[in-house]
Ligand binder design. Structure first.
Ligand SMILES: O=P(O)(O)O[C@H]1O[C@H](CO)[C@@H](O)[C@H]1O
Ligand SMILES: [Mn+2]
Ligand SMILES: [Mn+2]
Length: 406
């Protein structure tokens, strides 16, 4: 029996989605624009030989319909396509749940872009439940900007920094030592309970260290408190059928720990790839290794750092042969993303984009999977691969992966 590996390159969009106008995101294109910007800044073309051989460049050219500078690359050897999202939001849980077969067709609650942003009644109930006198922030913000701005006041007053974004989130930044990590986590757990009436997808604990605004830096101890997906995902079905789901990175948090058999956390793309490879060398048959590479989004997309994003892609690309080498003959690797976050775009929020839908196994022939109308095609493919009951959403492309070589 085979194993499947899903690598989610968090925020790696490849062209504005058909409904991007509703989000004000025409013509965002995370990949094409970061490659263009990288070339303008460094006079070097981005070089991604392994991703390109999987079909990434062809997928992006078809999805984004714009050319961009890229180092010479050969013919695609894998299965490649691009997928649009049917979920109402362009957030991380919606993207992941949809790829696991459960799109979010309801509207999340959001906090307005006003100051204060959070309802007075909510903040009062948080203060009452936690015993804190108030919160700092209470606005839309970039997480790194707001700790630089309010970190000193936070240390002085002991009050948590609470902020949000265009996503359905309530984020809490607090100093790991002065405020304490456990205190931050329990504060977030309390907030999570109080948010149920507001239909908010996630509370995120954002711990940081450092002693002043020049050197405050967020740590790897981020924790996401998500609501449960609205229906059983392919992960739940796979576990029920005796499969083993291994979460690497924040996958378990995103699925509210449901449909997960085992989890490993790691900080940074290299460490996340290391953990993935380590599981690949030991995972039993009938396993799904599901990895989220959050740093593309968190460290580069939201930070609007196109050059950093390009370099991180090149570094990740160099690691792919190690992943291929750790795969058995009947294993299948899927590579995709959960939304876009164009680092050349205005503001610091996600962008509504197509995502790559790439697949690889040792005997794969080049196959164009074309445009996929939902990320759920991935979940449906996993369902077919492991002989699970068909999911409600998505079209499987499993059989296309075994096309004969020309
Ligand atoms: O600016 P930071 O704290 O990284 O926050 C970003 O991360 C959250 C989750 O993707 C988004 O809602 C966005 O606000
Ligand atoms: Mn994401
Ligand atoms: Mn994000």
């Amino acid at each position: 029996m085979a194993r499947a590996i899903i690598l989610v390159m968090d925020s790696f969009g490849i062209g504005h989605a058909p409904d991007a106008d509703k989000f004000g995101d025409v013509p965002a294109n995370t990949f094409a624009h970061l490659a263009q910007y990288y070339f303008e800044q460094t006079q070097q073309k981005i070089s991604l030989p392994n991703l390109a051989s999987m079909g990434l460049v062809d997928a992006c050219l078809a999805a984004g319909k714009e050319t961009f500078p890229i180092e010479n690359y050969g013919l695609s050897q894998g299965a490649y396509g691009y997928a649009a999202e049917i979920s109402s939001g362009k957030d991380t849980p919606s993207g992941h749940w949809e790829m696991a077969g459960v799109p979010v067709l309801f509207d999340w609650g959001y906090f307005p872009k006003t100051v204060p942003s959070f309802p007075k009644k909510l903040i009062e109930s948080i203060n009452n439940a936690t015993g804190f006198a108030g919160v700092l922030g209470d606005c839309h913000a970039s997480g790194t900007d707001i700790i630089a701005k309010l970190g000193n006041e936070h240390i002085k007053t002991g009050l948590p920094i609470c902020y949000t974004s265009a996503d359905s989130v309530f984020q809490v930044a607090a100093h790991e030592e002065h405020f304490g990590l456990d205190n931050l986590y329990s504060y977030c757990e309390t907030v999570r309970e109080l948010l149920d009436d507001y239909n908010i997808g996630r509370v995120i604990a954002r711990p940081f260290i450092g002693e002043n605004s020049d050197d405050f830096v967020r740590t790897g101890n981020r924790r996401d408190y998500s609501v449960l997906p609205p229906a059983p995902t392919v992960l739940d079905k796979f576990c029920q059928a005796g499969g083993h789901v291994i979460s690497v990175g924040k996958i378990a948090d995103i699925f509210a720990h449901q449909g997960i058999s085992e989890k490993t956390k790691a900080t940074g793309i290299d460490a996340l790839v290391d953990a993935t490879i380590s599981h690949l060398t030991s995972a039993q048959d009938n396993s799904l290794i599901f990895t989220n590479l959050v740093n593309f989004d968190q460290d580069f997309g939201h930070r609007r750092d196109a050059v950093g994003y390009a370099k991180a892609l090149e570094a990740f690309d160099k690691r792919l042969p190690e992943i291929f080498a750790a795969m058995n003959n009947d294993d299948v690797l899927f590579l995709t993303a959960d939304h876009g976050c164009d680092p050349t775009w205005h503001g610091n929020d996600h962008t509504r984009e197509y995502v790559p839908m790439l697949a690889y196994h040792h005997d794969i022939a080049s196959v164009d999977l074309g445009e996929r109308s939902t990320f759920a095609d991935l979940g449906q493919t996993i369902a077919e691969m492991f002989n699970l009951e068909k999911l409600e959403y998505g079209q499987s492309f499993y059989k296309n992966l075994f096309k004969k070589h020309n």
